[in-house]
Design a protein around this ligand. Structure first.
Ligand code: FAD
Length: 625
């Protein structure tokens, strides 16, 4: 085994991940921890200033309920989320986040985030729930508050967490390695809050060659939340609900500002608005098809129908939207020119705030948005329970709202004692986005401190287990060292597989059998069974993963994490015998929605001893809020 130093850290509450959710947890937990003598430690695989999905910045905060002023009610938000998720959402969790999210946004503003203001001082809304920000430095501002709250001496950056450590049926800590130094880190904790984001790169991306790595979802989150919690034995929910964003093609630029702020239309190549021409299809998905706004997956589906019928490509009609907005100034040439310049600047800024690559693509293809439409397309699938997907852990609901079926302990605790989840890591509570993830992190952080206070005993960490895990984590380096002389070309060796090649295999498998881009987002029981069969061979070969450096070691583990994300997804898509989310995926063998049998959560648990999966249906309970 490579001779890595082992660094041991004993704490009370361990926050894994330094993204939006755990930045929220850090601020809140630090406050309650101080009052109760609890130690809080945070570990992130990257540097918190620019880690996670908000790394590049955002141009809008997507959840602001504005309920204190009576603009919206909490019930409005819950109804919106549930309809968007085709009836499958936990009212208690969505409600709990909604009632706390506005205060989180006010904290962001206090910490220095510039939020666009109207002349009367109110926030500029992009849509009903979204507000506009100058968000290039969003993550830096939020991370600064978290760092100030915890103290940098309690933060470990560039440490990739691989596995949970258990003491019987409860969590006891986590183990990982530094991505910069030859060190293995063992964190011993009474409670752990997992918030390692969602997953990208499970399915084959549209981008290839030198564009590989360009995806809608930033490449940092690779299924660690799912792997970590699954391996700890935590029950998962909604793992079939992947997210497919329709975005500006190839640069993956955001469409929200275009649809909501600029009131743009999207059309097929013949100028037809597919939301109009295909709207008859929505009746098949009532009552969700009748919802306003139409659920994200159904909006996708209407566009996909045109692409399948050969009416593509689809276009965002930017030139038309800008002309419409400027038209009311057309009688005053000076005012018209000024407005056009303003709109043009806003259009570019929208991309420069969060998807710079799209602005570069516009520049490279001589695209002036005021003159020419831009192509939009459905991206490959991602797992992002905080956005318009729903995958994540099945967590206990808030005491004052959750029905007995959804409550078994501390708020946001998973089914494993002492293990909490928030943000992308907690399921069935979509549409929390950056602000709601931060708010949910605050909720979970406070709850986890309470757990530490009421369960003060430090769980036992077996040194033999630590040694076994250490050997398992470093094995790819050992595999490489033992076999590197076997061939003259490092890249070709019958005794090992490098993580990049392994990733290609996983992505091809998911793409072709589990409904990726190539399969037109369509799958079936037979295809999923084949996927599981091939996954067995892939998992066998994961034992042969090889790493030449610490960076490659991280890549190995990222792909093992992705593999478990893939596995739980396949099992759950197979279990749900209907097509509830067309536009995210279609079951060719079961093409209709079946509300009678499947208006329920599909939950999955892996037995840590046998690796067997157990699936169960859990009723969706509509609360009178
Ligand atoms: P993240 O913020 O992604 O944080 C995950 C953290 O886990 C990171 O710090 C990462 O480094 C760490 N991590 C991962 N694996 C490991 C590991 N193995 N060990 C240790 N640490 C690990 N929201 C909005 O409000 N408005 C928008 O306009 C908007 N646009 C978006 C656009 C895109 C492309 C994406 C992907 C998301 C967007 N969101 C938006 C949603 C928002 O970014 C997420 O809801 C939010 O970031 C989720 O928070 P999180 O803490 O769960 O995950």
């Amino acid at each position: 085994m490579p001779n890595f130093e082992t660094v041991e850290i004993t704490t009370d509450l361990l926050l894994i991940g330094g993204g939006m959710a755990n930045c929220g947890a850090a601020v809140e937990a630090a406050y309650w921890a101080k009052k109760n003598g609890v130690k809080v430690t945070l570990v992130d695989k990257a540097a918190m200033d620019r880690s996670g999905a908000v790394a590049m910045g955002l141009s809008a905060i997507n959840q602001y309920v504005n309920y204190a002023k009576g603009v919206n009610t909490l019930k409005d938000y819950v109804e919106y989320v549930k309809k968007d998720l085709m009836g499958i959402a936990r009212d208690d969790l969505v409600y709990n986040i909604a009632r706390h999210v506005d205060s989180t946004v006010h904290l962001f503003e206090k910490w220095g985030l510039p939020i666009w203001l109207n002349d009367d001082g109110t926030y500029v809304n992009e849509g009903r729930w979204q507000i506009m920000i100058n968000g290039e430095s969003y993550k830096i501002i939020v991370a600064e508050a978290a760092k100030n709250a915890l103290g940098t001496e309690n933060i470990y950056e560039r440490v990739f967490i691989v596995e949970p450590i258990l003491d019987g049926d409860r969590i006891a800590g986590a183990i990982g390695f530094s991505t910069r130094e030859e060190k293995v880190y063992v964190f011993k904790a009474k409670a752990v809050l997992a918030a390692m984001g969602g997953a990208v790169g499970v399915f084959k991306p549209r981008s290839s060659g030198e564009g590989l790595g360009r995806s809608w979802y930033p490449p940092f989150s690779t299924g660690s939340s799912t792997y970590f919690t699954v391996m700890a034995g935590a029950e998962q929910t909604c793992q079939e609900v992947r997210f497919i964003p329709i975005r500006f093609k190839d640069g993956y630029g955001p469409v929200g500002a275009w649809f909501l702020l600029f009131k743009s239309r999207a059309t097929n190549a013949f100028g037809e608005n597919y939301m109009e021409t295909n709207k008859g299809v929505l009746a098949d998905y009532a009552p969700y098809g009748d919802a306003k706004p139409i659920p994200a997956n159904l909006r996708n589906y209407l566009g996909m129908l045109d692409v399948s019928a050969g009416k593509g490509p689809l276009f965002m009609r930017t030139e038309e939207a800008i002309a419409n907005l400027a038209s009311k100034y057309k009688d005053d040439e000076k005012a018209f020119k000024k407005k056009m310049k303003e709109l043009e600047a806003e259009a570019w800024e929208d991309f420069l705030d969060m998807t710079i690559a799209q602005a570069m693509l516009w520049a490279a293809t001589n695209t002036a948005p005021e003159e020419k439409s831009s192509e939009i397309a459905a991206a490959e699938p991602y797992f992002i329970g905080s956005h318009s997907g729903a995958s994540g852990c099945w967590v206990s609901g808030p005491r004052d709202v959750a029905p007995a079926e959804y409550q078994w302990g501390y708020t946001n605790m998973t089914t494993v004692k002492g293990l909490f989840a928030a943000g992308d890591a907690s399921g069935a509570s979509s549409h929390k986005f950056s602000s709601g993830s931060h708010a949910e992190g605050r909720i979970a952080g406070k709850s986890a401190v309470r757990f530490c206070v009421e369960n003060p005993e430090q769980p036992n960490v077996d040194p033999a287990v630590v040694e076994t895990l250490k050997a398992k984590i470093l094995k790819p380096m050992e595999v490489y060292e033992a076999n590197k002389g076997f061939t003259t070309d490092d890249e070709i060796n019958p005794n090992y597989i490098f993580p990049k090649m392994y990733m290609f295999r996983l992505q091809k498998l998911m793409d072709e059998y589990a409904g990726g881009v190539t399969a037109n987002f369509t799958t079936s029981k037979a295809l999923l069974e084949k996927a599981l069969e091939l996954l067995v061979f892939l998992k066998e070969d994961s034992e042969k993963l090889a790493a030449r450096s610490l960076h490659e070691l991280m890549r190995c583990w990222e792909n093992i994490h992705r593999t478990v994300q893939a596995e739980v997804h396949i099992h759950t898509v197979m279990f749900r015998e209907e097509t509830r989310f067309p536009g995210y995926y279609m079951r060719a063998d079961l093409p209709k929605i079946n509300n009678e049998d499947w208006k329920c959560f599909c939950n999955a648990t892996r037995n840590p001893q046998t690796g067997e999966w157990t699936m169960r249906k859990v009723p969706v309970i509509d609360l009178a809020l």
